[in-house]
Design a protein around this ligand. Sequence first.
Ligand code: ADP
Length: 254
Amino acid sequence: MGSILEKINRFYRLGGVRSTAMENERLKDEISNVSHELKAPLATITEALSLLSEGSLGALSEKQKKFLDLSIQNARRLNRLINGLLDSACRENSKPSIKRSLFSITDTARTIMDSLDMIAKNKGIALEGVIPDKKIEIWGDPDKLNQVISNLVHNAIKYNRPTGKVQVSLEERDNSVNISVSDTGMGIPKDDLGKVFDRFYRVKRSDTAAIPGTGLGLSIVKDIVNMHKGAISVESEINSGSKFTVALPKNLRK
Ligand code: ADP
């Protein structure tokens, strides 16, 4: 995937500004091809999961159906993300954009917790939510903000230790909502804290070398937060854990 990711990165970074028109066209073509190639197997996966979920291949327990439905939701979300990539590759102005609507960020956080709970449990990690019972609605792009929280929770699980904890908290303020994801993992060295949001940046430590990753996740997270006119910050203590906090405006319709 390395070369595909690099192409996508160059495509977004250059945004047609510093690249020649011909190079930009070629990159757009490649992104379109890659997106199309990703869509075909994803459609097969979604169809197979739907058949299973409908019970066409045998009866399911409630728990099995719940996990299948979560997988279908995620496959559909992935399809929408690929469509977004295709759209922006086809558009003249290739800068990525967001589609705002009013949605419940508390529901989004709960769905993510349900989706990732099994992955956390398999690693012996407790995933805990401090999410208000009251629905908090904000104006934003639901798929993109799902991607932000999912990425942060994925990292908090991935860079944790067995028997560790991950906490996802949501706090409503007058005009904003604060989402924080904290973990009890390996932490980030002070010198690296300012760089983890850079594209392809990965902390170089002997204990992280074996953990797979691209160094792209947090840069995408930061781009999405910026597109929402929000802010992201990180605090970390080596060998004790990290906390990422995202502050998002609630009422910005544009
Ligand atoms: P990836 O996880 O694919 O390497 P990211 O952009 O998501 O890429 O993260 C960049 C780097 O920041 C990671 O390689 C890791 O070194 C560090 N990092 C991110 N999240 C955490 C975390 N919760 N705890 C410790 N280190 C982290």
